[in-house]
Design a protein around this ligand. Structure first.
Ligand code: GLV
Ligand code: MN
Ligand code: MN
Length: 413
C-alpha cells in the first residue's frame, strides 16, 4: 500500500475514548480523574493493559510517567515520542490530555495491523500530573523528566489536605524504578483539543500552534484577625478575605493595564475558617499569568506584587507570596509545525496556524527536542468543564495527521 493511503480506525479510537471516559465519569458527561487518585490509578491500569496487548516495552519511571516502546528497524536510532496525560481537572472533560494519549495508541494499533515497521522506534507516553490542579505545578513530571524541575521538590508538593505527591505515587503503585531522566529523542508530537474557540470560528479541523504561552503561577497567603462578626465594629478589622478581594480584582485588570497580549486569572481560593459569622483570618489564592512575552508577564507580576503588598498593609493583613512556578513561552520547531500543516493539507483537512494558550507537556519536551502539536476543535471553545466535547470525526482527523507526522519523522535517517 502507498503509505499516504494509510488511515487510523476512527470507530476503534472512539471506542477507546469511550472506555477510558467511564473511569471517573461524572453525571454531566465529564470525568474527574485528579492525578494520583484511585481514578487515575484505574485509568493507568487500563492504559497499561492496552500497552501490553501491543507487546510494547513498558517502562514506569520514578515520577509515574508511563512509556511504551515499539521497536524500530534500527533501535540504535533515537525514537519519536508522542503522548499527553490522562489525569483531569475536577469535573473536567473526557478529551483534555486523554485524546493525545489514545490517538497515539490508535496510531500504534494501525501500524501493527498493517505490518508497518518504522526505521526509528516509536514511544507512547502518559505524563503524570499534567493538570497541576491537585498538586501544583502543572506539567510537573515532564518537567522533571526534561531536567527543568527537581524531582525531590516535586515529591514534596502537597495537596489541599497536606498529602504528599510521592506518598500518593507509592500508594497507587506507580512509583516506578526507572530514573525520571530524559533520554535522547528524535522528535516529540502531542495531539490535543484546542481548548479555545479559534478552529470552530474559522471552520478549520486541524490547528498547528506555533508554540505555547509562558505560564507563571503564584500562591498568595494572607493573615487576618478572626472575630465574631456581630459585635466587632467595621473600623479596625483585619479581614483577610476583603484584602484578597481587592487583590483579585487587580489581577483581573492586569492585562488591560499592561496593554493586552496577556491573560491573568485567580482560579482557586481557600477562605478560613469559612463561616458566615466569623471575620476571615486566613486566605490562600492562586495567580496564573500567561503571555507569549515572558518579560511582559514578569513586569506585570512585579507591578502586581507591589499592589498586593500595599493592599495587605492597608488592611493590616500580613502577606506571604510564593513564586511557585514559571515556564517560558515555547516556540515549536518550525519544520515540524510545517509538517503538521502539510499533512493536514495532504489529508484534505483545512488547517490553521495558531497559538496555544493552554499549557502542555510539549512545552518541556520542546526544551530538549524538536517538538510540535496538533490541535482539533473544541465544541463551543469549552474545556476544563464537563461539557468539553470534540466531534469524533475531528478526533479521527487529528489522529490521521499524527499518524503521518510520526511516520515521516520515524523514517528519517
Ligand atoms: C493546563 O491544563 C493549563 O493550565 O493550561
Ligand atoms: Mn491537557
Ligand atoms: Mn487541562
Amino acid at each position: 500500500m502507498n503509505p499516504e493511503n494509510l488511515r487510523v480506525n476512527g470507530k476503534r479510537l472512539q471506542q477507546t475514548l469511550e472506555d477510558m471516559a467511564k473511569i471517573g465519569a461524572t453525571p454531566a458527561g465529564g470525568v474527574q480523574r485528579l492525578t494520583l487518585t484511585d481514578e487515575d490509578k484505574a485509568a493507568r491500569d487500563l492504559f497499561v493493559q492496552w500497552l501490553k496487548e501491543l507487546n510494547l516495552e513498558i517502562t514506569i519511571d520514578e515520577m509515574g510517567n508511563i512509556f511504551g516502546k515499539r521497536a524500530g528497524k534500527n533501535n540504535a536510532l533515537t525514537p519519536v515520542l508522542s503522548g499527553s496525560h490522562i489525569d483531569s481537572q475536577p469535573k473536567g472533560g473526557r478529551f483534555d490530555g486523554t485524546l493525545g494519549v489514545m490517538t497515539v495508541l490508535e496510531v500504534l494499533r494501525t501500524l501493527d495491523e498493517n505490518d508497518i515497521r518504522t526505521e526509528r522506534p516509536l514511544v507512547i507516553v502518559d505524563w503524570t500530573n499534567e493538570e497541576g490542579s491537585r498538586f501544583a505545578p502543572a506539567m510537573v513530571s515532564s518537567g522533571v523528566w526534561a531536567g527543568a524541575l527537581d524531582r525531590d521538590w516535586a515529591y514534596d508538593r502537597t495537596d489541599i489536605n497536606g498529602i504528599r505527591f510521592e506518598d500518593e505515587l507509592i500508594r497507587i503503585g506507580y512509583k516506578g524504578a526507572a530514573p525520571a531522566k530524559k533520554w535522547p529523542l528524535h522528535t516529540y508530537y502531542e495531539l490535543h483539543i484546542e481548548q479555545g474557540p479559534m478552529l470552530e470560528r474559522e471552520h478549520k479541523i486541524i490547528g498547528a500552534p506555533k508554540g505555547i504561552l509562558c505560564l507563571h503561577w503564584y500562591d498568595v497567603y494572607l493573615e487576618g484577625e478572626a472575630n465574631q462578626v456581630g459585635p466587632t465594629p467595621m473600623e479596625g478589622r483585619h479581614d483577610a478575605l476583603c484584602a484578597a478581594a481587592e487583590m483579585i480584582l487587580k489581577v483581573n485588570a492586569l492585562p488591560e493595564r499592561m496593554g493586552g497580549n496577556m491573560v491573568a486569572t485567580v482560579g482557586e481560593i481557600q477562605n478560613y475558617p469559612n463561616s458566615r459569622n466569623i471575620i476571615p483570618d486566613k486566605v490562600h489564592f492562586t495567580v496564573d499569568i500567561r503571555s507569549w512575552d515572558d518579560d511582559l508577564a514578569i513586569n506585570a507580576w512585579n507591578l502586581l506584587r507591589k499592589d498586593f503588598e500595599s493592599l495587605a498593609q492597608a488592611r493590616g493583613c500580613p502577606i506571604r507570596i510564593e513564586e511557585t512556578w514559571r515556564v517560558e513561552h515555547s516556540p515549536f520547531d518550525k519544520n515540524l509545525v510545517q509538517r503538521v500543516l502539510d499533512n493536514a493539507d495532504m489529508l484534505g483537512y483545512p488547517s490553521l496556524y495558531m497559538i496555544s494558550g493552554a499549557g502542555h507537556d510539549a512545552s518541556y519536551m520542546n526544551q530538549i527536542a524538536p517538538a510540535a502539536m496538533i490541535f482539533v476543535p473544541s465544541i463551543g471553545g469549552r474545556s476544563h468543564v464537563e461539557v468539553e466535547n470534540t466531534e469524533w470525526k475531528d478526533c479521527e482527523a487529528g489522529a490521521n495527521v499524527l499518524l503521518h507526522s510520526m511516520l515521516q519523522s520515524a523514517d528519517e535517517k
